[in-house]
Design a protein around this ligand. Structure first.
Ligand code: NAP
Ligand code: MN
Length: 269
């Protein structure tokens, strides 16, 4: 690769504002001697994703968790991941060229789902959710490393990364986690806690080196729905689901002034 080959991938959703922003951004980057390839280039130095949080998540999944820094331009609703607005393109290019940014490395959560036939691996930037595919209660035997923890009964459980703590996890009453803490949060979804069934009703926080094992108990032929970052996978006859923090890293580009708790206040309060 040539030394001065400086390519930047632009990935956009199909909203008119996103497409328009992508067009203007491409023009501006090219004027600054960057190459904006037509097809995704794995040798690029940066990915700019235009859309909301969902677009951000889908981009990372679609390109297989690339080892390239990524920054987002928000044209969505919330845009918790997105660092920039469509009105800050010149300012961004200026700061980028001067190196006025830092890279935040985050680990996704990894799930290994084994049926009687085979195992597949899935990754979640925000979370992995395990729930019943029908409306009946599901029962999940939960172990932490080598110890049995509980038989969960309810709608399901969610395992969130610190990054995902502000997403679905938060709506379920889970805690917002400072990104300096590397951990997983197991948050119950409508846990039943009666004399018939006993489940923990709060989130459980476990260290990054834990392995969570889930053995579904099959009653009423309920099959299991697994959702990672909003993407659904359906399985029947799952024997075991193993969940841990992945060693893979996603590189989020942040502007110098980024501060997690300011972002939380800005978006939530
Ligand atoms: P979506 O239904 O549009 O997402 C729901 C909301 O979550 C959107 O406002 C989205 O932002 C926001 N969001 C996503 N990641 C976030 C994060 N890390 N921190 C704070 N807010 C975040 O679906 P989507 O856009 O494809 O996103 C998928 C995510 O939605 C899943 O990973 C899950 O966490 C979340 N979700 C939440 C609920 C709930 O709260 N009841 C239910 C299902 C899924 P944008 O508006 O910018 O897209
Ligand atoms: Mn969305």
């Amino acid at each position: 690769m040539e030394q001065n080959y400086r390519a930047i991938n632009i990935v956009s959703n199909n909203k008119p504002l996103s497409l328009e922003t992508a067009r203007i951004l491409k023009y501006k980057l090219e004027k600054n001697d960057f190459i904006v390839p037509d097809v995704f280039d794995y040798n690029a130095e940066l990915i700019i994703c235009i859309g909301g949080d969902g677009s951000f998540l889908r981009t990372v999944h679609k390109y297989g968790f690339p080892n390239i820094p990524i920054v987002g331009i928000n044209t969505g609703h919330l845009g918790f991941f997105q660092e920039l607005s469509p009105y800050e393109l010149d300012e961004f290019i200026y700061k980028y060229k001067r190196g006025e940014y830092f890279i935040d490395k985050i680990n996704p959560v990894e799930g290994i789902i084994c049926t009687r036939k085979s195992c597949i691996e899935i990754l979640g930037i925000n979370e992995i959710v395990i729930k019943g595919d029908k409306s009946t209660t599901i029962h999940l035997n939960l172990s932490l490393d080598k110890s049995f923890l509980e038989k969960f009964s309810g709608d399901g459980i969610l395992i969130s990364t610190p990054t995902g703590s502000t997403a679905y996890n938060y709506s379920l009453g889970g805690s917002i986690v400072d990104p300096r803490l590397n951990l997983m949060q197991i948050t119950p979804i409508a846990p039943i806690n009666t004399t018939a069934y006993r489940s923990f009703t709060s989130s459980i926080v476990v260290p990054k080196y834990s392995t969570i094992k889930i053995h579904p108990e099959y009653r009423y032929e309920n099959s299991i729905l697994i959702i990672s970052d909003g993407m659904e996978y359906r399985y029947s006859s799952i024997v075991e689901i193993q969940i841990k923090l992945s060693e893979l890293e996603i590189q989020l580009m942040r502007l110098k002034e980024y501060n997690f708790w300011n972002r939380v206040k800005e978006k939530f309060l």
